[in-house]
Design a protein around this ligand. Structure first.
Ligand SMILES: C[S@@+](CC[C@H](N)C(=O)[O-])C[C@H]1O[C@@H](n2cnc3c(N)ncnc32)[C@H](O)[C@@H]1O
Length: 96
C-alpha cells in the first residue's frame, strides 16, 4: 500500500504506522489547529490535553519514519508550536 509517488488518504496515525523506520527524506504536517474550524469530517475542538497527546503521537511517528539525514517541517499556530518544540527536542536533533 505504501510506496513512491502515491497519494494516500486516511487517518495519519494508521498510515504512518505502516511506514518503516528511517525511510522518509522529508516529512511535512499541516494538522488541524484545534480552533473549532468547520471541517466536513473532523471535530476541530478537542480538550487541550487530548489534542496535545494526539499531536505528540503523530510527531513521534514522523520522527520514527524520517531518516536521520531527513527533515521534518511542522505547521501550526505559535500556541501549539511551543509544545511541538518540546516534543521534538526530546525526540530529535534541532538543526535550523
Ligand atoms: C489545517 S487543515 C490542512 C489542510 C491542507 N494543508 C490542505 O491544503 O488541504 C488540517 C487537515 O487535517 C485533516 N485531519 C484531521 N484529522 C486527521 C487525521 N487523524 N489524519 C489525517 N488527516 C486529518 C483535516 O480533515 C484537515 O483537512
Amino acid at each position: 500500500m505504501i510506496g513512491l509517488n502515491r497519494v494516500i488518504q486516511g487517518d495519519c496515525l494508521e498510515i504512518l504506522r505502516q511506514i518503516p523506520d528511517n525511510s522518509v527524506d522529508v516529512a511535512f504536517a499541516d494538522p488541524p489547529f484545534n480552533l473549532n474550524k468547520k471541517y466536513s469530517s473532523y471535530k476541530d475542538r478537542r480538550a487541550y490535553a487530548e489534542y496535545l497527546s494526539w499531536c505528540h503521537d503523530w510527531i513521534a511517528e514522523l520522527v520514527r519514519v524520517t531518516k536521520p539525514s531527513g527533515s521534518i517541517f511542522l505547521h501550526n499556530i505559535p500556541r501549539w508550536l511551543t509544545y511541538y518544540a518540546a516534543f521534538l527536542n526530546e525526540m530529535a536533533d534541532f538543526k535550523h
